[in-house]
Design a protein around this ligand. Structure first.
Ligand SMILES: Nc1nc2c(ncn2[C@@H]2O[C@H](COP(=O)(O)OP(=O)(O)OP(=O)(O)O)[C@@H](O)[C@H]2O)c(=O)[nH]1
Ligand SMILES: [Mg+2]
Length: 415
């Protein structure tokens, strides 16, 4: 039986919006296929019928992959994103989650099985997940009899599981299973990157009954139950721990919607970790702001790189970003993380300058080649440790000496 590497993805009017998906795919080519094997593996992208053929070709060409695109509405059995299942939200705090999000949650607990009837194992890799490293997951799942694997377990928020404990209680009562103790916290595997033994769960009639009960309850739609706590509860109640590998820390990736490195923190030069990033929490400013974009110059020194841009200037002559370190420091190193989703090349030509008084500036570096960001091995690292006289700075300014946009993710300054 074949295995599937899958994702459920959104369609966009503008092909430029597929950058996150393309990045996900490039990481699959580099880090997932070598680990999971290509011979018996299919690449499947589920969508809602809103990714036209031309966009599919564009995505595949840019990704260097041949993904099959499956329209969940028009492909048998057509159970995904079924508008007949939509019922109005009942939890005020959850009102911000669109019906598409709720369909997505239902899809990853129930519907995806319908489209993968002929497959043994499935990997789910979300559009916003870039895999950095992976073990040979399917081989090891088979060898150890693990039926579900993930990179970690996280708790679910209380407002997203209203009614779940009662649902579980009634399901068990109806199946004549003894009452189970409620967990101290409802948690679940990080399902944004998950590995499932489809054959195992298909053969588990209790699981199929549980899925049906979830669908019939409508609670994914009314109460925004996510696939994470549903998997968490089913695995806790019905799968023995030896058959699970939920804290597999060799599964390393970046999760975009949570701006989180999962099992992969600290990419970049190791020696930087022994130094202190003195820029964290300082005030920064730009000489312009791109209208209509959420952009905050100080977010580039919040110590929490996102993989995207923190600030974004307008297209002006000599755009700048500048941070005030509040006192003069001798700099040991500077690390600059480019935005990772698009337009990296705009940072070529970047001039790094220092000043003690915001009047006269001295350039300490001009960057002539492209550099990467959080997920790349080639962020811009300036190492001043070996210099006899290290640059002294109260202000550190980044400037493009031309008309352009300036947008970066994070600036780390070590002293
Ligand atoms: N086709 C389609 N896919 C969606 C939709 N909403 C989310 N997805 C997909 O489902 C994945 C998960 O959605 P995210 O928005 O990242 O949500 P999450 O990480 O599960 O949850 P949060 O904890 O709320 O961030 C995304 O990467 C998309 O690929 C939708 O409305 N339509
Ligand atoms: Mg996500």
């Amino acid at each position: 039986m074949r295995n599937a590497i899958t994702g459920l993805v959104r369609g966009y009017a503008d092909p430029g919006s597929y950058e996150a998906l393309i990045r996900r795919n490039q990481h699959i080519r580099l880090h997932v296929l070598p680990a999971l094997g290509t011979a018996d593996t299919d690449l499947i992208l589920f969508h809602e019928g809103n990714i036209p053929e031309s966009h599919q070709q564009y995505i595949n060409a840019r990704s260097g992959l041949a993904c099959q695109f499956v329209d969940v509405r028009r492909t048998a059995p057509g159970t995904g994103f079924d508008p007949a299942r939509e019922v109005p939200n009942q939890v005020p705090e959850m009102g911000g989650f669109r019906s598409g999000y709720r369909h997505m949650c239902h899809f990853w607990f129930v519907d995806f099985f319908d489209y993968l009837k002929d497959y043994r194992y499935a990997a789910r890799i979300d559009e916003d997940c870039a895999v950095m490293a992976l073990p040979d997951v399917f081989t090891q799942m088979q060898a150890h009899g693990w039926v579900f694997a993930s990179g970690g377990v996280i708790p679910e928020t209380d407002t997203a599981i209203i009614g779940l404990a009662e649902f579980v209680h009634f399901f068990r009562a109806r199946q004549r299973h003894p009452r189970a103790p409620a967990p101290a916290v409802v948690d679940g595997p990080m399902t944004n990157l998950m590995f499932v033994d489809l054959a195992h769960f298909r053969a588990d009639a209790n699981f199929t009954a549980f899925q049906r009960a979830v669908t019939d309850s409508g609670m994914v739609y009314t109460h925004r139950w996510g696939d994470l706590p549903l998997w968490g509860e089913y695995l806790r109640l019905y799968v023995s721990p030896e058959r699970l590998r939920l804290d597999w820390t060799d599964i390393r990736y970046y999760h975009g919607s949570h701006r989180q490195m999962v099992n992969a923190a600290g990419s970049g030069a190791e020696w930087l970790q022994s130094l202190r990033n003195i820029a964290v929490g300082k005030q920064a400013r730009c000489n312009s702001n791109y209208p209509g974009h959420p952009s905050n110059p100080s977010a580039a020194v919040n110590g929490n790189p996102s993989g995207l841009f923190a600030f974004h200037t307008d297209n002006t002559p000599e755009p700048t970003w500048e941070v005030d370190l509040e006192a003069v420091h001798a700099l040991k190193a500077v690390r600059i993380l480019n935005r990772g989703d698009a337009c990296k090349e705009r940072a070529v030509g970047l001039v790094v300058e220092v000043s003690a008084d915001r009047r006269s500036y001295a350039p300490i570096h001009t960057q002539t080649t492209p550099f990467g960001g959080l997920l790349d091995p080639d962020a811009l690292v300036l190492d001043f440790r070996a210099l006899a006289s290290q640059p002294a700075a109260r202000y550190l300014r980044l400037r493009l000496p031309r008309s352009d946009y300036l947008h970066l993710d994070q600036v780390e300054i070590y002293a």
